[in-house]
Design a protein around this ligand. Structure first.
Ligand code: NAP
Ligand code: GCO
Length: 293
């Protein structure tokens, strides 16, 4: 009498039961990172870091909203999202204009739904030695990089309170911690943005709103293109060589490197994470740097 058939059957049954349990655990685990049905507004996300964060949030199930300062740029952004198979909602809005922001929030709430996840991504930099920088230029950087995250966060928090919670992610910077030549306004803004992040976390945590920051290291986007430009003799920009030598990962970051950390901070998986700045910098802040050869 061959006993192998019942043994194989028994093994198959036990195997299925164990795998079902594993699949269920996997399902539960990924559920925590899902943004299914959440409205995510990533400011200034026609391209660059904002676009990559939006793409990752769409892949996690989020409904994507973005804005830019001109209709032609919004149209370009919409086409870029469509090319990725993402049905985004794009609006013309200068994030430094409080009336425009409040109007845009009203329109988003009507057309898409209340904002569940806000990513204050829009930002500019002006690289000018401080004593040569005009007060107007300094103010403009502070306006976009610090005042705007205040304005937009203030506009979306009431609906988040009403809804029982929300997520705010401020795109900070290594310059939230360090200075360097020519970026005084930017460092002041990003340092302030770190503390605004901590204050929103402190003031609105009781409403189940988590406010955290992401501090990208040096990322290859249009904003840092001048720091990576080839020299007239075809050699790499000195700053490019400097950054790569200071980064244990030995490379510039890609905008896509920020997608996963952003989805984590936007999801239920980070519901007890509040007021933190998550640095995504390839290890640059941990590293004293390689001895020059
Ligand atoms: P980027 O390529 O220059 O893109 C910035 C985006 O912000 C653009 O879409 C821009 O739109 C938009 N924007 C600027 N001012 C705006 C305003 N007043 N209203 C609405 N949108 C506005 O920059 P990025 O490298 O992707 O950086 C995105 C964020 O990450 C910024 O906050 C930046 O400070 C931060 N960051 C970047 C790095 C890096 O290495 N790249 C590192 C750390 C932090 P327009 O095209 O219309 O100007
Ligand atoms: C610069 C760069 C940096 C990066 C980024 C680093 O001129 O030093 O633009 O500021 O953009 O903010 O985290």
């Amino acid at each position: 009498m061959c006993y192998c058939i019942p043994i194989i059957k028994l093994y198959t049954i036990i195997n299925n039961v164990c795998n079902r349990g594993k699949e269920k655990n996997q399902m539960d685990y990924t559920k925590n990172y899902s943004l299914e049905g959440k409205v995510a507004w990533i400011t200034g996300a026609s391209y660059g870091i904002g676009f990559s964060i939006a793409k990752a949030m769409a892949e996690a199930g989020g409904k994507i909203v973005f804005n830019d300062i001109r209709q032609d740029l919004v149209d370009k952004g919409m086409a870029a999202y469509e090319a990725e198979g993402i049905q985004a909602h794009g609006y013309v809005c200068d994030v430094t204009d409080e009336n425009a922001v409040n109007q845009t929030v009203e329109t988003i709430e009507k057309e898409v739904g209340p904002v569940d996840i806000l990513v204050n991504n829009a930002g500019i930099i002006k690289r000018i030695p401080m004593i040569e920088m005009s007060a107007a230029d300094f103010r403009q950087v502070i306006d976009v990089d610090l005042n705007a995250p205040f304005i937009v966060s203030k506009a979306v928090i009431p609906a988040m309170i009403k809804k029982g919670g929300g997520k705010i992610i401020n795109i900070c910077s290594m310059m939230s911690e360090f200075g360097r030549e020519t970026v005084s306004a930017y460092a002041a803004a990003k340092g302030g943005l770190k503390m605004l992040t901590r204050n929103i976390a402190s003031e609105y945590g009781e409403y189940n709103i988590q406010c955290n920051g992401i501090g990208p290291g040096y990322i290859a986007t249009p904003q840092t293109a001048p720091l990576r430009e080839k020299q007239p003799d075809g050699s790499r920009h000195p700053f490019d060589q400097f950054i790569v030598s200071k980064t244990p990962a030995g490379r510039w970051g890609e905008a896509s490197d920020l997608g996963g950390p952003a989805v984590f901070l936007a999801s239920a998986a980070s519901d007890f994470v509040n007021g933190q700045i998550l640095y995504v910098d390839g290890g640059i802040q941990a590293y004293i740097g390689k001895q020059p050869s």
